[in-house]
Design a protein. Structure first.
Length: 340
C-alpha cells in the first residue's frame, strides 16, 4: 500500500502544536519559540514532510521570475521579442513568464494582476492603450521595475524601448510618392494603440509634405489579425477609384492584404503596389518579395531585458529610454507609375 505524503496537519499533530504554529516554524516567519521550532522540525523530519517549496518561494518573492506581457504572441514581431527576452533572462539566472493581452486592455490588466500575485520581480509590457494605464502606474508607485516595449503609455516615467514608428511610416509613403503614386491606401489598427497612431501620423505627414490632402476613403481600419485584414483590404479595393498602392501598419495586416489581393485577382506590383511595416519570413518567399519597413527586432527584446535586469540591480538609477531607427528594405512589390 502506497503511503500518502505527510501534510502540515500531520506535522502539527505529532509536534502537538497548531497548524499555524507549525507553518511559522517550517517557513521561518513570525515568532516561534526555539523549543517549539525544534519539536516541529523534528516531527517534519520523522514524517518526511516536504511542503510546497515552490508555492512558498513564490509567495516570499524568492524565485527569480520576471514577466513579459506582449500585444499578441501570434504576431511574429512579439514572438521574436519574447524569445530574445527569455534567452537573456536565462543568461541572467531568471525565469520568464509570458502573457499575451491580445490587444485587449482588460486582459492586460487581468494578466498583470495574476502575475503580481506571484511576487514577480519586474515586468516588460507592450501597453495596449496609451491612456488606460492605472495598473501600470501602480507598479511604479510600488517600486516594481517596469520596462515598456514597442509602445509607451502617457504619464508613466519608466524605462522603455521603442522604434521611430512615425519616421519609418513616413519613409515608406514618401517612397510610394516618389514612385508616382497619389492614391495611397492605409490599412491600420485601432488608434488607441501607440504604434498604430504613430504610423498613421507618418502616413499623413508624408502626404501633407507632397501637398496631398488626406482622403478617408483611402484608410481602412481593422483589428490586427490576418482574417480581419483580408476583409478590410477587400473593402478598400472594392471602391470605384481604389488605391494604386497600399501601406500596412504591421506584418499580420500585410499577410491579410496579400491574401485579399490573391482572392481579388490583383497582381503585385502590376495592379497594386505594397509596403508593409515589419519584416516577416513570408515577405521573402513571395514573388515578388515584399518591400517593408524593417525594425531591428533582434535588438529590441535584448535591449528591453537588459534594461529590466539593470533596473533590478539598481532601482534608483536614471530612467533610460531607447529608440531605434527603422530601415526601408526595398524589394519588388512597388512599381513606378508614370508621372502626370
Amino acid at each position: 500500500m502506497v503511503r500518502k505524503p505527510a501534510t502540515l496537519k500531520d506535522v502539527a499533530a505529532l509536534a502537538e502544536v497548531s497548524r499555524a504554529t507549525a507553518a511559522r516554524a517550517l517557513n521561518s516567519y513570525g515568532y516561534v519559540g526555539d523549543e517549539t521550532a525544534l519539536k516541529v522540525q523534528a516531527a517534519a523530519k520523522k514524517l518526511g514532510y516536504r511542503g510546497n517549496r515552490l508555492a512558498q518561494a513564490l509567495r516570499s518573492g524568492q524565485l527569480p521570475i520576471v514577466g513579459c506581457i506582449v500585444g499578441d504572441i501570434q504576431n511574429p514581431f512579439f514572438a521574436h521579442i519574447a524569445h530574445d527576452v527569455e534567452v537573456l533572462a536565462r543568461e541572467c539566472g531568471y525565469n520568464l513568464v509570458i502573457g499575451s493581452s491580445e490587444e485587449e486592455a482588460e486582459q492586460e490588466i487581468s494578466l498583470l494582476a495574476s502575475l503580481r500575485a506571484l511576487s514577480i520581480r519586474g515586468f516588460i509590457v507592450a501597453p495596449t492603450s496609451t491612456g488606460d494605464s492605472l495598473h501600470l502606474k501602480s507598479l511604479i508607485a510600488e517600486n516594481i521595475p517596469l520596462v515598456m516595449i514597442d509602445r509607451v503609455a502617457e504619464g508613466i516615467r519608466c524605462d522603455s524601448v521603442v522604434v521611430d514608428n512615425e519616421g519609418g511610416a513616413r519613409k515608406a509613403v514618401e517612397y510610394l510618392l516618389a514612385m508616382g503614386h497619389r492614391r495611397i491606401g492605409l490599412l491600420q489598427d485601432d488608434t488607441r494603440i501607440f504604434t498604430s497612431r504613430e504610423r498613421m501620423s507618418g502616413y499623413l505627414k508624408a502626404l501633407a509634405g507632397a501637398g496631398i490632402a488626406a482622403d478617408e476613403r483611402m484608410i481602412s481600419v481593422s483589428h490586427s489579425t490576418v482574417e480581419r485584414a483580408v476583409d478590410a483590404t477587400i473593402r478598400l479595393f472594392n471602391q470605384k477609384a481604389p488605391p494604386t498602392a497600399l501601406f500596412t501598419v504591421d506584418s499580420l495586416m500585410t499577410q491579410g492584404a496579400l491574401l485579399a489581393f490573391r482572392s481579388m485577382g490583383l497582381s503585385i506590383p502590376h495592379n497594386v503596389s505594397l509596403i508593409g511595416f515589419d519584416d516577416f519570413d513570408l515577405a521573402t518567399f513571395t514573388d515578388p518579395q515584399i518591400t517593408v519597413v524593417s525594425q531591428p527586432v533582434s535588438e529590441i527584446g535584448r535591449a528591453a531585458a537588459g534594461l529590466l535586469f539593470d533596473r533590478l540591480s539598481n532601482l534608483d538609477g536614471p530612467v533610460r529610454n531607447i529608440r531605434f531607427e527603422t530601415k526601408l528594405t526595398l524589394r519588388g512589390s512597388v512599381r513606378a507609375l508614370a508621372q502626370r
